[in-house]
Design a protein around this ligand. Sequence first.
Ligand SMILES: [Zn+2]
Length: 300
Amino acid sequence: MKKSLILFCSFALALMGAGCSDSQTSDKDGAGTNASVKVAKKAAGKELRDIAGTKTLVLGNGAIVTWIQDNVGEKYMPRSLFSDASDSLFNSLNKPEGLPASVGTFLVRVDGANILFDAGFGAFGGKMLSRLMSLGIAPENVQFVYLTHFHMDHIAGLISKDSTGRLAKTFPNAALYASKAEYDAWMNSIPQNEMQKNIMGLYKDSLHLFEFGDELPKGVTTIDAVGHTPGHTAFQISNLLVIGDLMHGYALQKDHPEINSNYDMDKPKAAESRKRILQYARDNKLLMAGMHLPPPGFAE
Ligand SMILES: [Zn+2]
């Protein structure tokens, strides 16, 4: 455990861009919010003030969704991550610094419950926990955590060091949900899975495994988004579609869903899922929430 933790921390720090300054997000960056979302916000009659690194919107059913930026500073996905894209296509985007992105999680407040979608890096260099608390949500008061998949930047936030220095659950009272396909793959066949096994072991008494199509508590449905990982899952609640890691380079993939990132473990399946789910979101005018969309984490 100790060795893997050290390895993981250096991996996390490299990914998080340690040393960057914290950034205030704004609507003008990347995938902003458009008029229909602002109307929804107004219709709910609530004044929702955004604190740094968060963005809050009201959904069609009155639930409140907040993007919580986990990464520090600005994040760009490099050209080298998109081998599928030709030079001419990539250059046409005019983004020589890379594609704007983020690492984020989403909090949904519905029917008195707090649901967290993924947990980011959390205590391993991420801002998820401090920002969650600045929203007035103590980790003890998160009732549900729904996971899109088991990559480190989505699950490391599930664990923190307790007062004795031992690793413990960050969310001691949360029921944890993941697809059976994702769980089985990481527990049985994917190498370098020590951290995943340790985290799932800590949560074993509160872990629930679902099949695609199952409905989870609070009216959240689960959708097959396989390809990025063997059990990658999208979630829908009201007009919100949580898409996980369906897109790493929004500026490129929103119009070219056939192009994968090199993080996608099964590229043909990832491309199929991306095409199908983007079309579904457009046909049903859903608000997409993506863990690597550019700030503020939403797209329509
Ligand atoms: Zn990711």
